[in-house]
Design a protein around this ligand. Structure first.
Ligand code: OOG
Length: 256
């Protein structure tokens, strides 16, 4: 570990989120590498846990080419989800709580029994109890939504809020389902679950592997967001957002 002020960087990022006020990127300035960035993320999320939030899941980011191209970072990243980030399906978020929120359509898994660390996930249907369409609201804490790989990792992969549609049993194929993001009833993005690492089931193996490197184990009952299938779209006040995933249905939220 370096002599970097991990707690201090986490504090800056945490305040930026609390005050909905962007900060400049930190990685280049302080020489943050990927491992240290995950340590900052840990401290940033711990700050939330210290004020009573609960860790309820994990997300992957940049699992699709569209997302990688949009932000100019081409590595899969993972972040942590707390209960306070969850918005009820059909619920309302206040855009004033965020800096420059964007929404993206996702697939969520409800985790069942997970294998021991180091073991492959094995049968997907043993590891996943249910699947659902989801909307992730991302909000980079950095000015202009611009960051490097360590910056976005430190910022808990821009995680801000998420809504999950109805859970259903895992269908036979998950690897080529149509995905739509609609804003005010108009199609804003079109994609396929195939865009998520070729098959969103692969995202779970990736998540187990990546988090395992940092001693983090996925838990039964956790939500797992597999990463966006399309580029993200800015969320404007008054917008009505729907993510539609073929066979799985719809998740929605409103922006006040
Ligand atoms: C990074 C987080 C990306 C996804 O699903 O690809 C992400 C960002 O774009 O700000 O959550």
């Amino acid at each position: 570990m370096t002599g970097l002020d991990i707690a201090g960087i986490a504090q800056r990022l945490g305040r930026a989120a609390d005050e909905a006020a962007a900060i400049p990127q930190v990685a280049a300035e302080v020489g943050l590498d990927v491992d240290t960035a995950y340590a900052v993320q840990d401290a940033l999320v711990r700050r939330r846990l210290d004020r009573g939030e609960r860790l309820v899941g994990m997300k992957l980011g940049l699992t699709s080419r569209a997302k990688m191209a949009q932000v100019g970072v081409d590595e899969v990243i993972w972040g942590r989800l707390t209960d306070a980030m969850r918005v009820p399906d059909g619920g309302t978020v206040d855009v004033a709580d965020f800096i420059h929120p964007r929404v993206e359509p996702e697939v969520a898994f409800l985790l069942d029994r997970l294998p021991e660390p180091g073991e492959p996930v094995g049968a997907f249907t043993d590891a996943v109890r249910a699947v659902a369409p989801a909307i992730e609201l991302i909000d980079s804490r950095y000015a202009n939504f611009t960051f490097s790989l360590p910056d976005v990792i430190a910022d808990n992969t821009s995680a801000a809020a998420y809504a999950i549609g109805p859970w259903s049993a895992v269908p036979d194929g998950l690897d080529n389902l149509g995905v739509l993001l609609e804003i005010d009833g108009r199609v804003a993005q079109v994609g396929s679950t195939a865009a998520i690492l070729g098959d969103p089931r692969r995202a779970l193996d990736e998540g187990v592997r990546l988090a395992g490197r940092y001693g983090v184990r996925l838990r039964e009952g956790w939500v797992f967001l597999a990463g966006a299938a399309t580029a993200a779209v800015p969320l404007r006040r008054g917008a009505q957002v729907r993510a539609v995933v073929e066979k799985l249905g719809t998740a929605s939220l409103k922006a006040a």
